[in-house]
Design a binder for this molecule. Sequence first.
Ligand SMILES: N[C@@H](CCC(=O)N[C@@H](CS)C(=O)NCC(=O)O)C(=O)O
Length: 202
Amino acid sequence: MRLYEYTMAPNPRRVRVFLSEKGIQVPTVQVDIAKAENREPEFLAKNPLGTLPVLELDDGTYLAESMSICRYFEELQPDPPLFGTGARERALVDMWHRRMEIEVFLPIAGCFRNTHDFFKGRLPQVPEYGEVCKQTANKRLAWLDDVLADREFIAGDRYTIADITPMVAIDFGRITDIRIQPEQKNLARWHQAVSNRPSARA
Ligand SMILES: N[C@@H](CCC(=O)N[C@@H](CS)C(=O)NCC(=O)O)C(=O)O
């Protein structure tokens, strides 16, 4: 088994944080997006979409979606549960996690993809759309501040995958100057708590 990833990129980080929370170690292979190694035939044979991370299983299967990789390890090692336990909690974690991906992660990634020099000449960019993404992301951070007024973590009183995705997204947002605002005290408190966990350094 091995994990193809790129240290600088947010999606691979989601998997690294998850694995760290589980205490699971997987050999990794760096695929340098900046050098377009993810667009070379050798990597495209593993994942024709050219995206990272990719988990290669011992039987030759490739899992090429961050959350599919995380769910695979959740099945193999349920403790600590990061997708919830029981029907109610699993549904809530799923609901909040989908919201974190769609409402928080995607606008932040959209801003980066459409405005940052990193993708200039590599992907078609629409800077105006990037600015719309930034405005959306900032509105969502204000919303998250409200969400966190009555709970310790995003999906309730337990740290879950629904905390990993927004932490990684918000940290990545700094590159495009998307930041927690001084008045967003609940969000800042939560961000400090999740960042203090050893897994945040993964
Ligand atoms: N839905 C995929 C998204 C993966 C993705 O977009 N990865 C980015 C890095 S964060 C990537 O590989 N980008 C390289 C490119 O698009 O050329 C997942 O969750 O794994």
